[in-house]
Structures are given as C-alpha cells and as structure tokens.
Design a protein around this ligand. Structure first.
Ligand code: PLP
Length: 503
C-alpha cells in the first residue's frame, strides 16, 4: 500500500472513556514497585471485580530512548513518508554510523584497561550487509555460524582471519572453509575436534568451555577439555585459546569464567599450545527504556493490559525478568565490558598473562542503530470490560518483530508518526495475516493520539535480533527491505539506499 501524507488535524477522541485516559492516572502514578524483578502477580479483573477505569486496561508506557539520528529522522517532515511511498510496504531502517560508534565505545573500554581486545560482531543478530561493512570499516571482525554468514562476512570486506566461527556441530564444508581462510574455529565438542583434525590442513581453534553447573548443550566439560589438549596435533592445529557464551546478562559470572579461562590458557601453554586468547562471547545488554518505565511496567503488568487477556502462553504470576528481556539496562554494551574487565582485577590478570580478550556482541553492537516502520492499514475499535481500545492492522507481520515468537512481547513502545498531540489512546497492533496470534503488540499501548489509516508506526531499536531472524513470505507478503541511512552533507538530513544483502 502507498503512504498518503495526512494533513495535521485536531484529534477527535473516540469517546469520553478515551478522554478519561488522557489523564492516565492509574498507571502513570502507580508505584515503581520492586523493580525489574517484580512478580507478575496482578490478577486479571473479573465481572465481579471489573477494572476501575480505562487506565486499568492500558499498559504502562515504555518510552524508548531515541538516538540522535532518530530525532532528526522523525523531525524530517518528508523523508519517512518518501521512503514508505517508494518501498510500498514495511521496511527496516539501519544507520551504520551508530554501529561504528558502538564498536568505538567497546574499543575505548579495552584501551582504557590496557587490554589487547578484539571485537567480533555476532552476525546472527542481523542479516544486513551494511552492518558487516561497518565492522570492516571500523576494524571489527565477525562471529559467524553458517556458510551463508561466513560468505556474507567475506563479501562485506572482512578478512578470513578476522572471522570466528561459533555454533554447535559445524558442517564439514564450514570447517573446511574456515580453516582454509584462516578463521578461528570455536570447537564445541570432541567429535567436532576429530573432524577438524581429519581435514588434514592447518586450522586455528578455540575450545568452547561448558561453564560449571551449567545445563547448556554447548561446550566441553573439564574431562573433555583435558582429552582435547592431548589429542590436538600441535604441528597443524593451533589451539589459540578458550571461549564461552553465557545466557543472561550479568557481568560478574562472565568475569569469573574469564578468570577460569586464564587458568585454562596457562595449562594449555604448559602442554605446548600457544593459547593466548580468551573469548567472552556475547550477551552485552542494551538499554531500551528508562529505569522508571521498566520498573513501573514490571511491577504492575497484568493480563488486563493485553488483547485476549493473556500474554501468549504466559502464566501469571511470573517474574517479569523471565517473561521479558530486561528492557532497562544500567550498564549496557561497552559499560558492561568495563564492569567485566574491572571485576576482581580481571584486566590486570589478563595483562599479566599477556592474553588477548575477544568479545562477540550481537545485540549490543546494533544498539540504537535501527528501527522498523509499518504503515497503518486498518483501525478498529474493540472493548474490554466495556472500555474501548483500538486494534490497528499494520501492513506487515509480527514475523518482523522476533520477540513475539519467543512467547514474549517487544516492549519498547512504537512511535506513531507524524507525531502530534491528541488524546491518549490504548492501542494494540496486529499483523496483516489471517492468524489471531499475529500480533505485533498484544498489549494496549498508550499511544499519544488515536492512530489513523496511513499513519506510520515505528518500532524503535529493532536492529538487534528483532528484524529478520523469523521473517517469512507467509501469505506471499514481501519481506521488508532494509533501508540504509547515511548523513547528508548538510549534517541534518539523510541519503538512503536499499541494503545490498539478499532479502
Ligand atoms: C557463541 C555466541 N556468541 C555471541 C552471541 C551473540 O550474543 P548477543 O547478541 O547477546 O551479544 C551468541 C548468541 O547467541 C552466541 O551464541
């Protein structure tokens, strides 16, 4: 569908209930509660105990931090409408200059600790070619997990020896490609090590370590590590060190495991292996919303905020930080690396052992570097306990917002564009398919005005994992293209072009 620019208008409330919401007293003034670890214990309303006002069926606001380039883009009266009109469907926006800045921030932390550091971008977080290009231009490497990702890294200008191959049970073709291009292979199991040895060519490897007391299916336990050290033929296979990737986003377990890896390197060196690298994997957090918004949401979330009265299959009560990504993060990205290196003298120990520290950030390298734009192609009013709310239909699907497919919901509020004042309106967003479950936002978001046909809905900060891990051509709908923005010479506007990666 085509974007039709709309003239500014005086917003007309749907009814007096919507007017009442404008004050949003209940959620806006609700106590911040116990913070991100609040329990989703709030029971749904019943006929005998109905919601007291429309505010009770409306989610607390989760206003996303805006990047500087987004402020410029949203203030531009034409650019977004022009792109929407040209593309003719939903699209993702990427701003590679921010990726370069994120790489620079990580590098600066390594430098400030005097640590020899290498940044490998976790490519699984986004398929865009411009992200790889930004890495090549900024001197970062790439972490890949398939032949497709490997070749995309090479064609994006990354040298083979600046690639690390992670992931379980890599195919023989991938192992061969990696070894012949001089890439680092993070070996996940003894049988994989055997296949690397059988290739009968030189290879650079790391051994991925299974953390103590972990139920993970990835990595080698201490007995397997000892066996691996004995089996590696030192004339052909260079054991360059050890790696891990932890789930969760805490810095302390990463620093503690890194300390353990220093010991692994020392032991391997005693057996004649070079072992000078420890890789801390990814999992660097991203800060999407303020501490206040996240705490209020986590403390007050209730099924009554959600269309269909449920957040997919979630049972209440449940810990908010289990049900959702921790959308507020006090020390995101490079600040988290700073915490890791500063924890219990890790940086000093790494320097003393003359080791290199590698990291594989995916989500954090893309923080603030993209958003996803849909056009509103339908608006209808439904009610919950008699209170009206809008359900929008976007011109795309929730497969372009991956969090929905992990039994969760992407919580940073979308921006309704053009931005103008109006009556705050609880609004859910559905996709353009026949599936009830195809909801981009199941919760009733307090949008600042009632959305209209032709408006744009911009989901913020989607570059890390939200854009393309689940996209499909269901219903023969087009997969949204990626639009790459660069600063125009005037420093205010932008130039744009489609990303060169295959859709
Ligand atoms: C081995 C490895 N490294 C890096 C990453 C990237 O993680 P993140 O995007 O959370 O930084 C992942 C993600 O699954 C991974 O499995």
């Amino acid at each position: 569908m085509r974007f039709t620019p709309l003239p500014p208008r005086i917003p007309k409330p749907l009814n007096t209930e919507m007017d009442a919401l404008a004050t949003m007293t209940a959620t806006a003034n609700a106590p911040a509660g116990p913070g991100p670890h609040g329990t989703l214990a709030n029971r749904p309303a019943t006929a005998a105990n109905p919601p007291a006002s429309i505010a009770d069926i409306t989610a607390a606001p989760m206003t996303a931090h805006r990047a500087e380039w987004e402020n410029r883009l949203f203030a531009d009266r034409e650019m977004l409408a022009h792109i929407a009109d040209t593309v003719g469907g939903p699209f993702h926006v990427l701003y590679p200059a921010r990726i370069a800045a994120n790489i620079g921030a990580f590098r600066q932390v390594f430098d400030s600790h005097g640590v020899d550091g290498t940044i490998y971008y976790g490519k699984k977080a986004n398929k865009a070619a411009c992200a790889v290009r930004a890495c090549a231009d900024s001197g970062a490497g790439v972490d890949v997990a398939s032949i497709g990702e490997f070749t995309a890294a090479l064609t994006g200008g990354i040298r083979g020896d600046d690639i690390v191959v992670t992931g379980p049970a890599k195919s023989e073709d991938l192992l061969l490609l990696a070894a012949s291009r001089g890439a680092l292979i993070a070996v996940d199991a003894l049988d994989e090590l055997a296949r690397v040895i059988e290739l009968d060519i030189a290879a650079r490897i790391l051994l991925r370590v299974l953390p103590e007391r972990s139920g993970s299916r990835f990595g080698l336990n201490p007995a397997d590590l000892a066996t691996a050290l004995d089996r590696i033929p030192r004339d052909r296979i260079r054991l360059e060190g050890f790696s891990f990737h932890l789930s969760g986003y805490d810095y302390a377990p990463r620093a503690d495991l890194a300390s353990q890896l220093i010991g692994n390197c020392a032991e391997a060196q005693r057996s004649g292996h070079p072992a000078t690298t420890i890789s801390l994997g990814g999992g660097f957090g991203v800060d999407y919303v303020s501490a206040q918004d996240w705490a209020r949401f986590a403390a007050n979330v209730t099924p009554d905020w959600f269309h269909g009265n449920s957040l997919r299959r979630y049972e209440f009560p449940r810990e908010a930080n289990e049900a959702f990504y921790p959308y507020h993060f006090a020390d995101p990205g490079a600040a988290m690396l700073d915490r890791i290196l500063g924890h219990r003298g890790l940086a000093e120990r790494v320097r003393a052992a003359e080791l290199r520290v590698a990291i594989e950030p995916g989500r954090a390298l893309l923080a603030g570097a993209g958003n996803t734009v849909f056009t509103v192609q339908g608006v209808k009013t439904l009610t919950h306990h008699g209170y009206p709310y809008l359900v929008l239909t976007a011109n795309g699907t929730s497969l372009s917002l991956s969090e929905q497919w992990f039994d969760s919901e992407y919580l940073p509020d979308p921006v309704l564009w053009p931005e103008r004042a109006g009556t705050r309106t609880p609004t859910c967003v559905g996709g353009a398919t026949c599936l009830e479950s195809d909801m981009l936002s199941r919760r009733r978001i307090p949008l600042p005005r009632a959305a209209e046909y032709g408006d744009l809905l911009i989901y913020p900060n989607t570059a890390g994992y939200q854009m393309d891990s689940n996209e499909s051509r269901f219903h023969d709908l087009p997969i949204p293209p990626k639009v790459v923005l660069h600063d125009a010479p005037d420093g205010v506007g932008f130039t744009w072009a489609l990303d060169s990666a295959a859709l």
